[in-house]
Design a protein around this ligand. Structure first.
Ligand code: OOG
Ligand code: MG
Length: 316
């Protein structure tokens, strides 16, 4: 079972080199070595917004849109949805914008540590009025240690949602069965995802908009302990999220794609469709089980998943 970061706080003091106030410094980076150690994961095309991926938009436009979202995030400024000015932004082009945005972050020193699935639950799809699951990329800078703090003013209009995370021990590629996906994981834990759309009002945007915006990702918190999934019925775990001791959201883990492991299977398929693999060492957020709750300074948020260690973050 991989070790977890022992950092107690996320070091949110002033603006760092990336300009973000919500930084997860002190992260042990144990996943990062794994990320780099494998074979083909180096192919992940963060540096190449174009390449073999589809879409008719010119690379220069893709780059410009990625830079715009990147700047909006750093300036904590809402922006209009991209499809307003670019109705031809389709899903392929949106993933190119996402990759170009991640390339901007890695160029600024961030390291990719995994992926997040989004809109895997019916509740979330209804909340956002969007039809199908999507994925985004996680970097080390997005991680807040368990029990750490998240500065609300460092974001635009952040929300929090309860999730389950997997730690991938062996590379996964293409069409894999549920059993193969689960066998490649060496740990599961409770997680909280802090979302923050760069788009005005955090609503009424299209699937390409949300994908281009790295699926509204902002930060994530993992419980302090990965556990084996052995003996757990991952499709029937009760999940709860409380704010200041009051239960706000609850669901069974089957709200996540019917089974969070299927969310992982789907991620591997989506990556394969883009010629990519899920590297060993990745953290995967399987998607929220419930709708997200608005975050306000002073709140203490706890995520609980039956059979797993709880996860906590303090909004300041
Ligand atoms: C899109 C991201 C959704 C999830 O877990 O469903 C997501 C959004 O709600 O803005 O992360
Ligand atoms: Mg999420």
């Amino acid at each position: 079972m991989p070790a977890q970061s022992s950092a107690q706080d996320d070091g949110q003091r002033g603006r760092g080199a990336s300009g973000s106030d919500n930084r997860a410094e002190g992260h042990s980076g144990n996943q990062l070595g794994d990320w780099k150690s494998g074979g083909r994961q180096a192919c992940f095309p963060f540096g190449a917004p174009g390449g073999k991926h589809g879409g008719m938009l010119a690379d220069s436009v893709i780059q410009q849109l990625a830079q715009h979202l990147h700047d909006s995030r750093l300036a904590r400024r809402e922006t209009t949805r991209l499809t307003e000015a670019h109705p031809d932004l389709d899903l392929d082009a949106a993933y190119r914008v996402m990759r170009a945005g991640i390339a901007l972050r890695t160029a600024a020193g961030e390291t990719v540590v995994g992926y997040k699935m989004g809109l895997t639950s019916k509740a979330k799809r209804e909340q956002m009025n969007l039809a199908s699951p999507v994925y985004g990329v996680l970097t080390d800078r997005m991680r807040v240690p368990d029990g750490g703090t998240f500065r609300v003013a460092g974001g635009i209009h952040p929300k929090v949602e309860p999730e389950i995370a997997f730690h991938i021990a062996r590379e996964l590629e293409g069409h894999v069965s549920r059993e193969e996906a689960l066998a490649a994981c060496d740990g599961v834990c409770a997680a909280l995802e802090i979302l923050d759309s760069r788009f005005a009002g955090f609503k009424y945007f299209s699937l390409p908009d949300v994908v281009a915006d790295n699926s509204s990702s902002s930060h994530f918190v993992l419980a302090g302990e990965w556990r084996s999934s052995k003996g757990l019925d991952l499709a029937a775990l009760s999940m709860r999220m409380s704010v200041d001791g009051v239960m706000k959201q609850s669901a069974s883990s089957n709200a996540i794609s019917g089974d969070p492991v299927l969310s992982l299977v789907q991620l591997v398929e989506m990556l394969a469709a883009q010629g990519e693999v899920l590297p060993a060492g990745s953290i995967v957020l399987a998607g929220a089980a419930t709708v997200a709750e608005q975050l306000a300074p002073g709140q203490e948020v706890v995520g609980e998943v039956e059979g797993l260690a709880s996860v906590r973050v303090r909004a300041v």
